[in-house]
Structures are given as C-alpha cells and as structure tokens.
Design a protein around this ligand. Structure first.
Ligand code: DGP
Length: 210
C-alpha cells in the first residue's frame, strides 16, 4: 500500500510570507524525492473564486454570511482533489485554509460556531504552520494594497482570532513559527517540522471540526 501524503497548511496574516514558504517547501520536498504539490485558498480561478476575487478587489458587495459560504464552497470544490493526492502518496502544501475562513469572518461579528459549520468535514490538515508576525511589521513589508481586509485594524483583530483558533485546534497540530526572521531561517524551521511530521503520518485523513 502507498504511504499517504501529508496535508500541511500555512496560515498567518497578510504579508507574513506564506506564499514564499509554500513554494520553497514544495520545491525542496520534490527535490528530496517526496512528491508534493501546492495549492492556495481562495482559489481565484474557479467560478466561486472569481466572485471572491471581485469581492476582495471591492468591485462587488456581498452579505458577510454569503461571502463566508462562498469561501467555504471554494474549499469544498477542491477537497476531493486534495484527498486524491494524499491517498496517492503526494503531500499537499496549502496557502491558507478554513482557519482564515473563521478568522476573517468572525472579526466582522459573525458567530464563531456559525463560521465553523460550513467547513465541518473538510480534509483535516496534519499540520498547520502559523507564521506569526506583528501586524505593524506585516504592514511595513511592502505596505497594504487596496484589497478588502488590508488594513491594520482588521489584521490586529484577525491575529487575536487566530490565537483562539490555534488553541481550539491544539498545539499537537498547530505550530506557531516566528515569521519575523529572514526567509531562509523560517524555511529551515519549516523543513525541520515537516520532516518530523513525514515520519509519523499514517492512517486515514481526518475530518475538520468533526
Ligand atoms: P490571499 O489570496 O492569501 O491574499 O487572501 C485573500 C484575502 O482573503 C486575505 O485578506 C484573507 C481573506 N480570506 C482568505 N480566506 C478567507 C475566508 O475563508 N473567509 C474570509 N472572510 N476571508 C478570507
């Protein structure tokens, strides 16, 4: 039987370096002979993703509940492909996931448990690497653009919400990494944690919030 792949998620504030670390991890795993693919949410290429992109670019308005459900649908659309990769022995490294979903929606005042519910049953990550960066430091990194949520107030509130989510997920699965270090140092830390994980991944993929 093929050993299944690991499901690894990066979370963090905007500008915390997630996309760079996802790309580097996928490349280094493949170079060392571990099959790995990257993915990101929101996936802006699908029909729901295009609606999300327009909302984020502030070209359209949507009720807070409706956009939350669209973000969740965007994850469900990809879920079978993630499971298929994992079962085929490919590690999946994902840039944001359902934890961003709760963090960004709950800070708008939606109920935390209501925010969790549409994501119940999604593939459960084996490891969540939370790239921690002070919101002020994140804002200095190239500044914010014009997308919705790219303001210091939102990012500060989101950071607090991520802390609550991390404690609900539990420290076995949720690891906080200092993203204030240089890119290579963060990459080395990531790689060390992923090597530990790959030694022990086994059994079926779990279900989120179940
Ligand atoms: P990115 O493509 O990683 O820059 O993310 C786009 C923005 O959308 C970012 O500010 C975080 C936010 N976001 C990501 N996922 C969700 C989600 O599930 N729900 C909500 N409300 N916002 C999200």
């Amino acid at each position: 039987m093929v050993k299944r792949g690991a499901f690894i998620v990066f979370e963090g504030l905007d500008r915390s370096g997630k996309s760079t670390q996802v790309a580097r991890l996928v490349e280094s795993l493949n170079q060392s002979g571990e099959k790995a693919v990257g993915c990101r949410f929101p996936d802006r290429t699908t029909t729901t993703g295009k609606m999300i992109d327009s909302y984020l670019a502030q070209k359209s308005e949507l009720d807070d509940h409706a956009i939350h459900l669209l973000f969740s649908a965007n994850r469900w659309e990809r879920s079978q492909a993630i499971l298929a990769d994992l079962e085929a022995g490919t590690t999946v490294v994902c840039d944001r996931y359902a934890f961003s979903g709760i963090a960004f929606s709950a800070v708008k005042g939606l109920s935390y448990t209501w925010c969790q519910s549409p994501d119940i049953g999604l593939p459960l990550p084996d490891l969540v690497l939370f790239l921690e960066l002070a919101p002020a430091a994140a804002a200095l990194r190239g500044g914010f653009g014009n997308e919705r949520y790219e303001t210091s107030e939102v990012q500060i509130a989101v950071k607090d919400m991520f802390e609550r989510i991390g404690s609900d997920v539990g420290s076995e699965r949720w690891k906080v990494l200092d993203a204030g270090r240089d890119v290579d140092a963060v990459e080395k830390d990531v790689r060390g944690r992923v090597e530990e994980l790959l030694k022990k991944v086994e059994g079926p993929v779990g279900k989120l919030w179940a």
